[in-house]
Design a protein around this ligand. Structure first.
Ligand code: HEM
Length: 366
């Protein structure tokens, strides 16, 4: 078997608990990725169109987003760490191996992230001054998308033990990013395209609940409705593509699994609802379509994370790695303290996110 030998230290909590925490925290990480990718795209586009005139609602909307993105990035990073720890605990033998095989790219994430993050602050400062910043958002978007590409490559490479040895022989320093896996591109494009749908729901929320200028809110509401509507349909199409790109044996195992069989239909229903609420918001004023779109966006993301989890577990199972078969010696005292701190931490983050969504925006300096 190509998997490295099992770590002799048993898991400190049951596999189901790690999996539940992984799915919960990864869903939150994915939402922030979606808001970052969608937000950067809109900030760049809107600011490009309003670059000559800072006294327009379009410029103000681009500036509003530019101000929110550094905060979104703090969430993105902090909500990426917990699922990384849980994934390492559960799938370390596969995930460490694939990370080492693309080591140079994997480590470059830190530098790409620092650069993309820095650009967010520079863009926000220029937005304060009423100056154009679209190219900064665009550059940051390129960096962020490239990080996503590296993640998609690593998380699909961890499912292919059959190619590991050849890759190691080809480049032991890890300066390679394989492109021959037919499942990688659909997964990456799925992540990027779903961003528009979820960002649409985010825009609707800001338009409805924040205290930014009325003209900006109306612009965001219109864009939000269209993005959620069209983006939801796009996400459904790409979800199908991700599924159909899987090997036949994985598709068959997914269809016969009592839990994972529901994840793809569940995702499609939630994405369809997101689309429906998006279009509805263009016709129906009030909070119902807004809350509906936000709820459907959240559920669609969770369903996508569960479907992805199924693809991973059932692919690895075919190749001889059963995530459920690991020695466990639960330390419940530590688990309870961890859970209490986890819930407290999430509540504080939720409260901060609420304050961010309600923020009025920053006054512009001359
Ligand atoms: C701008 C920065 C980032 C972007 C654009 C990004 C993007 C992505 C994407 C696209 C995926 C899904 C890949 C796939 O399944 O095809 C992913 C998964 C993940 N990301 Fe991020 N990510 C970023 C930063 C981070 C950071 C800083 C961490 C942790 C410190 C992190 C942790 C994770 C984890 C743990 C997963 C899933 C692992 C699993 O399969 O269990 N991400 N990320």
């Amino acid at each position: 078997m190509p998997f490295p030998t099992l770590d002799p230290i048993p898991l400190p909590a049951p596999v189901w608990l790690f999996k539940a925490l992984h799915i919960a925290t990864l869903s939150l990480h994915f939402i922030t990725i979606y808001l970052m990718v969608g937000g950067l795209t809109l900030a760049a586009m809107w600011n490009f169109r309003a670059r000559q005139d800072a006294d327009t609602p379009l410029y103000d909307a681009s500036a509003d987003i530019a101000h929110r993105l550094p905060v979104v990035m703090t969430y993105l990073v902090n909500l990426g760490i917990p699922p990384l720890l849980f994934a390492q605990v559960l799938y370390g033998r596969a995930l460490y191996t694939s990370s080492i095989l693309i080591g140079a790219y994997w480590l470059s994430v830190v530098f790409l992230l620092t650069g993309a993050y820095y650009l967010l602050y520079v863009a926000a400062r220029r937005a304060d001054q009423g100056r154009a910043f679209w190219w900064l958002s665009l550059l940051s978007l390129v960096g962020v998308a490239y990080i996503g590409r590296i993640y998609s490559t690593n998380l699909t490479l961890m499912l292919r033990p059959e190619v590991w040895l050849d890759l190691y022989r080809a480049d032991a320093l890890g300066a390679q990013l394989p492109t021959d896996d037919p499942t990688t591109l659909p997964r990456f494009l799925f992540m990027m395209a779903t961003s528009f749908a979820v960002t649409g729901a985010g825009l609707l929320t800001v338009a409805h609940f924040s205290r930014v200028k009325a003209a900006v809110r109306s612009l965001m509401g219109r864009w939000g409705g269209w993005l959620a509507g069209v983006g939801g349909l796009l996400a459904m199409g790409l979800g199908f593509w991700v599924h159909s790109a899987q090997p036949e044996i994985v598709k068959a195992s997914l269809a016969n699994h009592s839990f994972y069989a529901w994840s793809l239909p569940g995702f499609l229903v939630c994405a369809a609802l997101l689309s429906l609420f998006g279009f509805l918001s263009l016709k129906l004023p009030g909070w119902i379509p807004v809350v509906g779109a936000a709820g459907a966006g959240f559920l669609a993301t969770t369903m996508a994370v569960i479907a992805r989890d199924g693809i991973r577990d059932l692919t690895l199972l075919v190749k001889g790695f059963d995530v459920w078969q690991q020695p466990v010696v639960s330390n419940w005292q530590v688990v309870i303290i961890f859970l209490a701190l986890f819930v407290a931490g999430l509540s504080v983050m939720g409260w901060m996110a609420y304050a961010l969504a309600k923020a009025k925006g920053v006054a512009r300096h001359a």
